[in-house]
Design a protein around this ligand. Structure first.
Ligand SMILES: [Ca+2]
Ligand SMILES: [Ca+2]
Ligand SMILES: [Ca+2]
Length: 472
């Protein structure tokens, strides 16, 4: 194997146009987040690092945002008025509950426990809203909140409010085999809604299970120019490689227009500001200037509307600015063992298999925005575009321009570090894959051929590819 790699290297060196050399340097760069936004930390806090050299003001905001992210919000009224307003219904009390240490949530196991951890369910019915987005369920809204305030005084009586309902998750195993004879098994999730407080789900009801993502590097992704993202789009597959990256266009509430989506599993959010305030509103019941209204539906009002709120708005614009800065400035973990022969071999296989036609390794950020995010050569391994991933992964629920089969290519930077931070290796939009290998085996649709080629790799090559991923 060593020999093979040496030959490839010398070929690269020989064919020595400047371009190739640059390409190779990029290939081995350990600075996944560019020179400023890369952290070499290997502690369990590694997803929570800020870049060196922040201004005092930015550092204060980053730290303030960090604590807002971790703290539990409480019911209003409370002595800590900057942290009250939780509920009436919610999924979790803090951002950190689902993004533990800014990392990936653990999916629920099959035990049928009430706890969904960081898995949430987006809901809709057939049709679209005024902006082409999903049409919320009339009774349950756009998301199932499986928790509600307890010990709350309503009309002088202490009550435990019921939540909207719960979901039970079970998995079925399905066996498969590699060309080398090695067997594997994938788990197919099944979801069952129960304890539904506001009546049965109607015909045409759709849901999308989604797990909380790891959060490093999002400011850099937000600072890739739209032009650079669209350059990789190929909606009608003109170049006939079977891969047709498609941009999602979603409603930008603050700017009152359709905008390229970048965040969420279907690129369903246009900006970190909207993603963050959407999470406060939907996941925690906290209002803000962007989402001034409670997340409850008409049928729920009589039950929930007597709960005191935590001020107008419950999240102040100052707090929003801090937490936005925090999200923007989380550094990306470095690419470990970037000069290791087997890891580099894995990277070559990644390219050979054409994983990199969706998980695009290289971008340069714009010269705008926060100083540490400008002009950075980054290696996120995403195109931020939508791809048909086949029926196996489909949620069959459209989300703006994303159809029921399409998902945004998730960035692979940091995936190898989730285990250290979060103590697990579950991947994909609903956490069904128990590790990177299973995540690849789930690829279908536009990635069907790539997946099949993966299953035909030699045992050693497969191991090298996985070794590469575990170092990202
Ligand atoms: Ca509230
Ligand atoms: Ca709801
Ligand atoms: Ca194409």
């Amino acid at each position: 194997m060593k020999k093979l790699l040496m030959i490839t290297l010398s070929l690269l060196a020989l064919s020595c146009s400047k371009d190739n050399e640059d390409e190779y340097k990029t290939l081995i760069s350990e600075y996944s987040g560019g020179e400023i936004m890369t952290t070499f930390d290997i502690s369990i806090d590694l997803f929570g690092r800020s870049p060196n050299g922040l201004s005092t003001d930015d550092f204060i905001k980053f730290s303030g945002g960090n604590s807002l992210f971790r703290r539990n919000w409480v019911a209003a009224p409370s002595s800590v008025s900057s942290l009250d307003g939780l509920g009436p219904i919610f999924n979790a009390r803090s951002c950190g509950a689902c993004h533990f240490k800014d990392g990936r949530a653990t999916p629920p196991d099959s035990s049928g426990k009430l706890i969904l951890n960081g898995l949430l369910f987006r809901l809709s019915i057939a049709g679209t809203d005024d902006h082409g987005g999903p049409l919320p369920d009339p009774n349950y809204g756009g998301q199932l909140q499986d928790a509600a305030l307890k010990n709350t005084v309503v009309d002088g009586i202490v009550r435990n409010l019921p939540s909207e309902g719960n979901v039970r998750v079970t998995y079925k195993e399905e066996a498969g085999k590699y060309a080398d004879g090695t067997t594997y098994s994938l788990r197919i999730p099944n979801y069952e809604f129960y304890n539904l407080e506001f009546g049965e789900l109607q015909g045409g009801f759709m849901f999308s299970p989604r797990i909380g993502n790891q959060l490093p590097g999002l400011g850099l992704l937000e600072n890739i120019s739209e032009m650079d993202i669209l350059a990789n789009a190929d909606v009608d597959d003109y170049n006939q490689d079977g891969i047709s990256g498609k941009p999602n266009y979603v409603w930008d509430i603050e700017n009152n227009k359709m905008t390229l989506g970048r965040f969420g599993w279907k690129a369903n959010q246009p900006s970190l500001r909207q993603q963050i305030t959407g999470a406060f509103n939907g996941d925690m019941g906290i209002t803000s200037s962007i989402f001034p209204k409670d997340h409850t539906t008409a049928i729920q009002q009589p039950l929930y509307s007597q709960i005191p709120n935590g001020g107008e708005h419950e999240l102040s614009d100052d707090s929003l600015e801090s937490i936005e800065k925090y999200m923007k400035l989380l550094c990306v973990p470095s690419f470990k063992n970037h000069d290791d022969e087997d890891v580099l071999r894995g990277r070559e296989i990644f390219d050979d298999l054409k994983c990199s036609s969706c998980h695009i390794p290289d971008f340069t950020t714009t010269d705008q925005g926060l100083e540490p995010l400008r002009n950075q050569k980054i290696h996120p391994y995403t195109d931020l575009l939508l791809h048909d991933m086949g029926d196996g992964l489909a949620d069959n629920r459209p989300d703006f321009d994303a159809n029921g089969n399409e998902w945004r290519t998730p960035p692979l930077w940091g995936v190898g570090h989730i285990e250290r931070v979060n103590g697990h290796t579950f991947l994909l939009h609903d956490g069904r894959a128990r590790n990177a290998e299973e995540a690849i085996l789930w690829h279908g649709g536009e990635a069907q051929q790539v997946k099949e080629n993966f299953t035909k790799l030699s045992t050693e090559d497969r191991a090298s590819l996985l070794n590469f991923l575990s170092n990202l």
